[in-house]
Design a protein around this ligand. Structure first.
Ligand SMILES: Cc1ncc(COP(=O)(O)O)c(C=O)c1O
Length: 433
């Protein structure tokens, strides 16, 4: 999560700071990226922001391509000329195509997709529709995102469900043995397992498919928060075995802010009635009766940013065209190089757990608060965020780490960007006393 309050980079603007050298001036800027899997130069060409800053904040909100922005702006212009309802009617088949693209990205079918404004909305409407009562147990990973944790804690407090925080193993990921013991001990209970595939607070990758095998084996429902993994790592709901998934547009999908989607397995849909049905997801068919949509659209609301959804559609198609395997390979390789560079820098501690094969790197600088490090980096046009323990109490809080600096890469990041981060962190760490 990436509020301006700690994402100081957004406060400094870009105007007073000279932009970094264009991609072509750096050896890895031209041609294929670190792992030879992505055409970084081409990605930079289609990404206006890539040459404006060293943007290492895709886990906050990644830089969109020009095509994504064009799709949004074109639709707003269409609304300006024709009216919002008329413009939307004219793009009916393109809007339907967004469901199909989202479904393809996560290995689902379009009927299992709901388009929403955020991952947090997705988690809330799905959990609320489960109507968890005193017989229910919510088993959560330490990686759980702040807003999700707050909602789950309030569900437990208000409805009497039990909330169990599953401990981590030695590699920093959820302890599968302990999860299995907990599930086995609770057989017959109404268990829901909620896990963040990749958290907000580190580069951890949870063993999502192994968790899915356990939840299936014990008849528990499994909600995966894939907000930090869709567009970043391969995510296939059948391989993972989750019953529901939520994600957002603005991060690794490179879509506009205020977009997101949820997947709900077809077999689960009929058991989930939204707490607040909306005209989009339900038909008011009689004086005191309503019918829910047969599809995951039962969780949607009538009002939405059509322009944003069309932008999301373009971003999803771009990901499908680029390929998730190459994207993931590139991100993981670049981040691993950053991690080792930071580990070799005096006064710097990499804070990622062992299980961190992702494009997110977290670190601290001895003697300097993470927010201050991130702010100084922003002054040098290197964009990171600091994530405080208040956004990850079950992770950073329990590790006794008050905050970390988070750098996260994407396909437009070249050697100039990673060099800038390493050089500036070294300068900040060297000057800290
Ligand atoms: C792991 C994780 N889950 C969920 C969210 C929330 O996403 P959204 O802001 O779309 O609700 C975030 C946002 O930072 C996150 O990092």
């Amino acid at each position: 999560m990436d509020l301006p309050a700690y994402a100081d980079s957004s406060l400094t603007g870009g105007t007073a700071v000279p932009p970094p050298a264009p991609a072509g001036d750096t050896p890895a800027g031209a041609g294929l990226g670190a792992a030879g899997l992505v055409d970084v130069a081409a990605e930079r060409d289609r990404t206006v922001g890539a040459s404006r800053s060293h943007h290492l904040n895709s886990a906050g909100a990644a830089l969109p391509t020009a095509a994504v922005v064009d799709a949004v702006v074109a639709h707003l212009r269409h609304e300006e000329r024709a009216g919002g309802y008329e413009a939307s009617a004219a793009r009916g088949s393109d809007i339907e195509a967004v469901y199909a693209a989202a479904a393809r990205v996560v290995g689902a079918v379009p009927e299992e997709i709901a388009l929403l404004d955020s991952a947090t909305t997705g988690l809330r409407v799905i959990i609320d529709a489960m109507r968890l009562g005193p017989a229910a147990r919510i088993l959560v990973s330490r990686s759980t995102y702040v807003s999700h944790a707050l909602h789950l804690l309030s569900v437990a407090a208000q409805r009497g469900a039990e909330l169990v925080i599953v401990p981590n193993g030695a590699d920093g990921a959820l302890d599968l043995v302990r999860l299995e013991e907990l599930l086995a001990a609770g057989d017959g209970r109404d268990d829901v397992v909620c896990v963040a595939h990749v958290p907000t607070s580190s580069g951890l990758v949870e063993p999502a498919a192994a968790i899915g095998a356990l939840t299936r084996g014990h008849g528990a429902r499994y909600l995966l928060d894939a907000t930090q993994s869709v567009g970043h790592l391969p995510v296939d709901v059948s391989e993972i075995g989750c019953d529901a998934l939520v994600t957002t547009g603005r991060k690794f999908l490179r879509a506009p802010r205020g977009t997101g989607f949820a997947y709900v397995r077809r077999s689960l849909l009929g058991t989930l009635a939204p707490v607040a049905p909306d005209v989009r997801g339900a038909a008011w068919c009689a004086e005191r009766d309503w019918d829910l949509a047969a599809t995951a659209r039962r969780f949607e609301t009538w009002e939405s940013s059509v322009a944003g959804r069309l932008g999301l559609g373009v971003a999803l198609e771009e990901l499908l065209a680029r390929g998730i395997e190459g994207t993931a390979g590139h991100l993981v390789t670049v981040a691993a190089a950053l991690r080792s560079g930071l580990a070799e820098t005096g006064g710097v501690r990499v804070q990622d757990p062992v299980a961190c094969a992702s494009g997110i790197v977290t670190f601290t600088v001895d003697g300097l608060p993470a927010g201050e490090v991130s702010r100084r980096l922003a002054e040098r046009n290197v964009r990171t965020v600091s994530v405080p323990a208040s956004h990850a109490q079950w992770d950073l809080g329990s590790r006794g780490v008050p905050a970390v600096v988070r750098a996260s890469v994407h396909v437009y990041n070249d050697a100039g960007d990673t060099r800038a981060l390493l050089d500036e962190v070294a300068a900040i760490a060297g000057a800290r006393g």
